[in-house]
Design a protein around this ligand. Structure first.
Ligand code: SAM
Ligand code: SF4
Length: 333
């Protein structure tokens, strides 16, 4: 741990150097595990942080040890002119890793501008390799074709490493675990399987269709020996493996079966300016009010560090979700 007295270290000695910034709660898809088809209320325009306000928060946190920023949502690319924000954050001294989580539907249109603005890499959600399934999971026809264009554009402009997020759903895509894994032999993709987390809008799915990453690894090992490897850039919660000689790797993210909270290095900023010490639960600190009043932000940031919980309280098979959260798109997954 750093001896830097200004560094953001929480009550459990974890050093916080990573901020996930949600730029919008809206999305152009309605993934079955993430958002309800209807009924979510959108934030109003004046509730959203402006790009200048987001950049200001990053400028305050960088001298406190912030090094890595990810833009997420909702779908970050539905917010207009995202490359402008990327450029503003890229210009903050100390920020050396800038990434984007996206469903890739709009990525082909924006990949070049994002790269030129200083974005280093992208994580793309892709829950199936079959066109009709992707469209059914996303509940938006035509998604698959556009996501494939987005992935091609990401490779062409050189976003690397390219990570693919696959949420495991029994009876929906678990028969493709082997296909995804096999893909990593040829392609330099880092495919990460994620255990579905319960929210109020997915309780049936998260209770009855949960598949653990241990089960995914068991099925993958039937294809061939796996060797543990260090992850590609970005110390996230995933644990990585590889088929010997493969171009890519296989990661598992296990929020339900094994928490990785002991190595948590992050906080989250919601689109309306709440700093959240943990994805789940209801702890958050309002940064927007002091920001708009011209008051210092550091006290609110330090408070958030002090209350950051030791671990999340998610329970597999939950009948209530967590902390009143209806959809991950609301807090920035
Ligand atoms: N729209 C972007 C995307 O899909 O990548 C960014 C936001 S999305 C909320 C971020 C990540 O959260 C995606 O990889 C998505 O698959 C994952 N996610 C959403 N809801 C989830 C849930 N209930 N359990 C596990 N992962 C979830
Ligand atoms: Fe939208 Fe991403 Fe949620 Fe899918 S996972 S509904 S793409 S925010």
């Amino acid at each position: 741990m750093s001896a830097d007295p200004d560094a953001m270290v929480d009550g459990f000695g974890r050093r916080i150097e990573y901020l996930r910034i949600s730029v919008t709660d809206k999305c152009n898809l309605r993934c079955v595990y993430c958002m309800p088809l209807e009924g979510l209320e959108w934030l109003k325009r004046d509730e959203l942080l402006t790009y200048e306000e987001i950049a200001e928060i990053v400028r305050v946190m960088a001298p406190l040890g912030l090094r890595r920023v990810r833009f997420t949502g909702g779908e970050p690319l539905v917010r207009r002119d995202l490359p402008e924000l990327v450029a503003m954050v890229a210009a903050v001294p100390g920020i050396d890793d800038l990434s984007l989580s996206t469903n890739a539907v709009l990525l082909a249109e924006h990949a070049e501008a994002l790269k030129a603005a200083g974005l280093h890499r992208v994580n793309v959600s892709l829950d199936s390799l079959r066109p009709e399934r992707v469209d059914a999971i996303a509940r938006r026809p035509g998604s698959y074709a556009r996501i494939m264009e987005g992935l091609r554009a990401a490779e062409e402009v050189g976003f690397a490493p390219l990570k693919i997020n696959v949420v495991l759903m029994g009876g929906t895509n678990d028969d493709e675990i082997a296909d995804f894994a096999a893909l990593t032999r040829e392609r330099p993709w880092h495919v990460r399987f994620i255990e579905v987390m319960p929210t109020a809008s997915n309780l049936d799915l998260s209770r009855h269709n949960y598949v653990s990453c241990a089960e995914a690894l068991r099925r993958i090992r039937a294809l061939g020996e796996l060797e543990p490897v260090g992850g590609p850039t970005g110390n996230g919660p995933a644990t990585y493996y590889r088929f010997p000689g493969a171009a890519g790797s296989i990661g598992v993210i296990t929020p339900m079966s094994h928490t990785f909270c002991d190595r948590c290095n992050r906080m989250r900023l919601t689109a309306d300016g709440q700093l959240r010490p943990c994805l789940f639960g209801d702890l958050q600190t309002d940064l927007r009010t002091p920001l708009r009043a011209g008051e210092p932000l550091e006290p609110a940031i330090r408070h958030t560090l002090r209350v950051k919980p030791e671990r999340h309280e998610l329970v597999q098979g939950s009948t209530s979700g967590s902390g009143g959260l209806v959809a991950l798109s609301q807090t920035g997954g």
